[in-house]
Write a protein that binds this ligand. Structure first.
Ligand SMILES: Cc1cc2nc3c(=O)[nH]c(=O)nc-3n(C[C@H](O)[C@H](O)[C@H](O)COP(=O)(O)OP(=O)(O)OC[C@H]3O[C@@H](n4cnc5c(N)ncnc54)[C@H](O)[C@@H]3O)c2cc1C
Length: 417
């Protein structure tokens, strides 16, 4: 579908058969392509990078995300590379146990939330998409797109090529170019005041039982770790950062320099953070942490955004990937059931916006607890056990119990329950 512009291309897109251009081959992109395939809609994925990526450490795919994957027969590829993860134990900087929260219950077949390396998650979704016959083009960085006179859309890529389709779906992540194309006044990602960094180690002298996170509200920074069934310890830290660092600034520190800096940050805390960091051979690249405040406009004409491009929750929510997956399945249903693209997009937005914005707000609250000043820290450590007890006993069904019925038709006036 890539070629220099010709009038013939546009004429080719006047039929009723739909072809979707999906921008981004991360989590939402391949999931959407496979869901669209089930809905009888063809698509091609255009990914900016030359290979299937997914750098970074690890993430949890929550039960609601797995349940959404199940609708299109995909949860098995994730459970194959992940491991079951039941709860999070929270500890103060003095080693005092503040409480424990569950990460969702179990699906009817017993499947629970999974922790998975980010690179493995991207890889299995990518490989499964290829196996199902989805076309994926690499080295295609979207730079511009516009609706065509015949109701289609043309996408232009940084390498000078272009592609024509009936729909364009931006699954291009938190720094989405599609979002800006749809609405040049769209907000920018918001820096949460934290950074993300992490690593994997096999040699830490720490007993970390597989399947449960331990998270430490350190004096100066937040630290989390989990044991894996293979005996490794996977960890992350959220060092506070008063201002957003540029990529160059983040990359300027070597792994050893990051180690020194992190060891200094956690030196005063009880718990194994220092030991785990010290035993890690290579610290993974640091990033700034962002979320996405409300994006007023998700779609314009044949173009729409989903996943992080539309509503990124801070990593503290543990839900960004699951929201991206749910979006993909719901959008495919809307496009399957509604008679035209605009009504499908409008229904999608009505169905998804209340839920995803609630999750973004939940993530922002969790992030704000991670780097308070000394007084706020004392208050937090006093009230957190009460809040956690309430959280553990209150129903989290709105979050983890969300279920998408693939077979139930979407009606034109569909709204979130
Ligand atoms: C440190 C960290 C920890 C996290 N932990 C969790 C967790 O535990 N649980 C959880 O659910 N979520 C977590 N998240 C969030 C989760 O990673 C995201 O919500 C999820 O990746 C969103 O998926 P996506 O497909 O929308 O975007 P992405 O996964 O970012 O994929 C976007 C894709 O688009 C491509 N792309 C970008 N621009 C262009 C362009 N112009 N043209 C073509 N392609 C383009 C990118 O290369 C990428 O492949 C975490 C995030 C971070 C940063």
């Amino acid at each position: 579908m890539n070629s220099p512009a010709t009038a013939l291309d546009e004429a080719a897109h006047t039929g009723t058969a739909k072809h979707a251009l999906i921008i981004g081959g991360g989590i939402a992109g391949p999931t959407l392509a496979m869901a669209l395939q089930r809905a009888g809609i063809e698509s091609t994925i255009y990914e900016a990078y030359p290979t299937s990526g997914g750098g970074g450490a690890f993430l949890t795919v929550a039960v609601n995300g797995l349940d959404a994957l199940r609708t299109i027969g995909l949860h098995g590829v994730v459970t194959k590379v992940g491991f079951p993860t039941g709860n999070i134990e929270l500890v103060s900087c003095t080693g005092k146990r503040l409480g424990e929260v569950p990460i969702g219950g179990a699906l009817p077949d017993g499947t629970v939330t999974q922790t998975v390396k980010r690179s493995d998650l991207y890889r299995v979704l990518y490989e499964e998409a290829l196996r199902r016959g989805i076309r994926i083009e690499h080295g295609k960085r979207l730079v511009d797109a516009e609706p065509t006179a015949n109701g289609g859309v043309v996408a232009r890529f940084a390498d000078g090529t272009r592609a024509m389709g009936d729909l364009l779906i931006g699954a291009d992540g938190i720094h989405s170019r599609t979002r800006q194309i749809i609405d040049p006044s769209a907000p920018q990602p918001r820096h949460t005041g934290l950074g993300n960094i992490g690593g994997f180690t096999r040699t830490a002298a720490v007993s970390a039982k597989p399947g449960g996170y331990s998270m430490i509200f350190g004096k100066r920074a937040f630290f989390g770790y989990i044991g894996t069934p293979s005996g490794e310890v996977w960890w992350f830290a959220n060092p506070p950062s008063v201002r957003e660092l540029t990529r160059a600034e983040l990359a300027a520190l070597t792994s050893e320099q990051w180690k020194e800096r992190l060891i200094a940050l956690f030196a005063q805390d009880a718990g194994p953070a220092v030991e785990i960091i010290r035993s890690t051979a290579e610290i993974l690249a640091a990033t700034d942490q962002h979320d996405m405040p409300t994006v007023p406009r998700w779609w314009r004409g044949p173009m729409i955004i989903i996943g992080d491009a539309a509503h990124a929750a801070s990593p503290s929510s543990g839900q960004g990937a699951s929201m991206a997956i749910e979006d993909a399945v719901v959008l495919a249903k809307c496009l399957r059931d509604l008679p035209d693209t605009e009504r499908a997009y409008a229904a999608f937005e009505r169905l998804r916006r209340p839920r995803v914005e609630r999750v973004v707000a939940f993530g922002a609250r969790s992030s704000s607890n991670k780097a308070p000043g000394p007084i706020a820290r004392r208050v937090r450590d006093l009230v957190l056990p009460i809040i956690l007890k309430r959280f553990a006993t209150a129903s989290q069904d709105w979050l983890f119990g969300h279920h998408i019925d693939w077979d139930a038709p979407v009606h034109v006036d569909a709204r979130a329950a």
